[in-house]
Design a binder for this molecule. Structure first.
Ligand code: GTR
Length: 416
């Protein structure tokens, strides 16, 4: 009898999980539920925040804890992991515009396990003094980001089921990487394949640099937490070992799932002066409570390894969320964030991304700074560049030359 009951309950649980994958997706603005975003400046005990000191001492840590415990998982402070670097290649590249370096990171965990990741760094030549840097992961290996044939394949390629597919071919993603434009404007760019830090597949998690088990407790980090931790390890290297890099002018950038990751990294690591989220959508810049486009049910069903298990609780129940993504963006202040949307990328809810950026403004005000000014979402191709920034461009889910141009204009303003 007891066994029968357990079996029934298990079946119900499994069916519920399976149904999540098919949770409805809304693209109709008139069907957006009535909602109120949780107030940025009111603490859980009702205290109203009036000063930046109160924000820093009380509200910011409280919100950071919420995002750690309920969305991305708690980032470990002490991992015991040691990192060694080995330069595999270095020399002129991109028609003499850059010095290229390819650096192998070897992570050794306390139990002696080793993991390798490969950094590709382009430094501008003919620039005197230290330069700012943009750090951004790529999806299918360093070799896909450029047509230069001397770029070594990222090691994680070998693990992936689709390793033989066109996705991993040299230069395949080159349109997303405007290296020349950045270098000409005096920026270094550093990239690494995110799978090198932790493969984005539930069956390959044993290859992660940070350990992640098949069974996780409610607030245990998922892969977004691991990738964000990895962004900080790239910053460590650039800060300590690259004399040409200005450690006070580091920006972190990411597209889509890596945009979510860039935000979470930027919130936690104050070395990132500008945090760029390109089409990051659900679990990134977009407000969850609008339930427009991708929603919590869909994302947690499709990618059960990305967030901490506690986030599943809000599947088809965004109304119960005690936080929303505008508060994540606000945690970046007084440093700067840039949220960018694409008109045809409705899955990522461009309007929700804009509103989230706008609703973060009160914290910039506390700092005597100017976040996005009150007003409707700007038209396409009309960037708003304040102490926080936003643009929406024409086209689809992608990173384009237009996006790079806007980011570089903004970085020129904020990092000079
Ligand atoms: C989609 C996912 C989005 C976004 C995207 C990407 O499948 O639903 O949240 O992260 O992948 O990373 O390209």
């Amino acid at each position: 009898m007891k066994h029968h009951l357990i079996l029934c309950l298990t079946l119900i649980a499994l069916t519920a999980a399976a149904q999540n994958k098919n949770a409805p997706v809304n693209y109709d603005e008139s069907q957006v539920p009535a909602f109120q975003v949780p107030d940025l400046l009111t603490c859980s005990d009702g205290t109203r925040i009036e000063t930046r000191r109160q924000w820093q001492r009380k509200r910011r840590p409280e919100l950071l804890r919420l995002f750690s415990e309920q969305e991305y998982g708690i980032t470990p402070k002490h991992t015991g992991i040691k990192v060694k670097y080995e330069t595999l290649a270095s020399g002129p590249a991109l028609g003499g515009l850059a010095t290229q370096k390819q650096v192998r990171f070897v992570f050794t965990s306390p139990d002696g396990q080793k993991h390798e990741a490969l950094l590709l760094l382009y430094l501008p030549r003919n620039v005197a003094g230290r330069v700012p840097v943009i750090i951004a992961y790529n999806f299918h290996g360093n070799q896909t980001t450029t047509l230069q044939h001397d770029v070594i394949f990222s090691p994680s390629k070998e693990l992936m089921k689709d390793a033989g597919s066109g996705k991993w071919v040299c230069g395949e993603q080159a349109s997303r990487w405007c290296y020349e434009m950045a270098l000409q404007r005096g920026y270094a760019v550093a990239t690494m394949c995110y799978h090198d830090i932790c493969p984005d597949s539930p069956t390959l998690l044993s290859h992660s640099v940070l350990p992640i088990g098949t069974h996780r407790e409610a607030s245990d980090y998922g892969t977004i937490g691991i990738w964000a931790w990895g962004y900080s390890r790239i910053a460590d290297y650039l800060q300590k070992h690259e004399r040409q890099i200005d450690k006070h002018r580091m920006a972190v950038m990411g597209h889509s799932r890596l945009g979510k990751t860039a935000l979470w990294a930027g919130v936690q690591d104050k070395r990132f002066r500008v945090v760029i989220s390109n089409n990051s959508g659900c679990g990134g810049a977009a407000l969850s409570k609008r339930v427009f486009g991708e929603n919590v049910a869909r994302i947690t069903a499709a990618f059960p390894h990305w967030f901490c298990p506690a986030f599943n609780t809000y599947s088809e129940n965004e109304a119960a969320l005690p936080f929303d993504q505008h508060q994540l963006l606000a945690l970046i202040a007084p440093r700067h964030f840039y949220v960018a949307s694409a008109q045809d990328d409705q899955w990522a809810d461009p309007k929700g991304e804009y509103l989230s950026a706008l609703y973060a403004s009160p914290v910039y005000q506390l700092y005597g700074m100017q976040g996005l000014p009150d007003g409707p979402q700007p038209p396409v191709q009309q960037p708003l560049h304040y102490d926080a920034a936003y643009h929406i461009r024409t086209g689809s889910h992608d990173v384009t030359a237009y996006d790079w141009q806007c980011y570089l204009d903004y970085l020129d303003k904020m990092l000079r």
